[in-house]
Design a protein around this ligand. Structure first.
Ligand code: 3NM
Length: 210
């Protein structure tokens, strides 16, 4: 399997606003439990900004580097470039994808899509993977769209769109396997790990399902 597909298997996303415990500890535990990629998404109510955001990003990046886990920055081209992050991820309403493609020099560019039509428009030459969501209902992203179920993933695969793909939104131990079975290369998730009583155990349980 290709490197990017392996990397997408268990893709953990979080920012300080999502964490029950200290973010650096949470990330360390998630890595110990078996995540394959990390996205720093400092966004929404209570999120850090400016220097505090940068400092947290640097500390999380260090944890990733020490453990050979790719470090992806969500929708902040300046920070991603400053830190020489491994990748950047943007949504449909974030920094325009063309601006990201023209300016980001790291390895991976990810794009969020919500429909098969948006997936069709994602150029495989320019984008390394797509995040498809929300699959199930989520309370983590306040402006998330209506959940689509696994059908969107199936319809993207049925349309022979071969770009690497992860599902997102409301994914946890009980439904992760169904997302993979529908055709995704991996699952991405926030609260199932970041808000768990035991982020290490929660990660391990999800990893076993994949
Ligand atoms: N993007 P949780 S849903 C960040 O639909 C994000 O594009 C989504 O959080 C999308 O795993 C979502 O806690 C939140 O449900 C995912």
């Amino acid at each position: 399997m290709s490197k990017i597909k392996d990397m997408l298997t268990l893709y953990f996303i979080m920012g300080s606003q999502d964490c029950r415990y200290d973010p650096t500890f949470t990330l360390q535990e998630a890595i110990r439990g078996g995540i394959t990629c990390f996205q720093f998404r400092e966004k929404g109510e209570g999120a850090l900004t400016g220097k505090a955001k940068e400092e947290l990003a640097r500390s999380l990046q260090k944890v990733c580097r020490n453990n050979n886990i790719p470090f992806i920055v969500n929708d902040d081209l300046e920070l991603a470039s400053l830190l020489q992050a491994d990748g950047i991820h943007v949504g449909q309403e974030d920094t325009p994808i063309d601006t990201v493609v023209d300016n980001f020099v790291g390895n991976y560019i990810g794009l969020s899509v919500h429909t098969k039509e948006e997936a069709k428009m994602a150029s495989i030459e320019q984008i390394d993977y797509i995040g498809v969501g929300p699959i199930f209902s989520t309370s983590t992203k306040k402006d998330a769209k209506q959940p689509s179920g696994i059908e969107t993933i199936q319809s993207i695969r049925d349309a022979d769109i071969s770009i690497p793909m992860v599902g997102i939104g409301g994914i946890g131990e009980k439904n992760a396997e169904s997302v993979i079975r529908a055709g995704a290369n991996g699952v991405s998730l926030i609260s199932a790990i970041s808000k768990s009583d035991d982020p290490y155990k929660a990660t391990q349980m999800i990893k076993r399902m994949l």
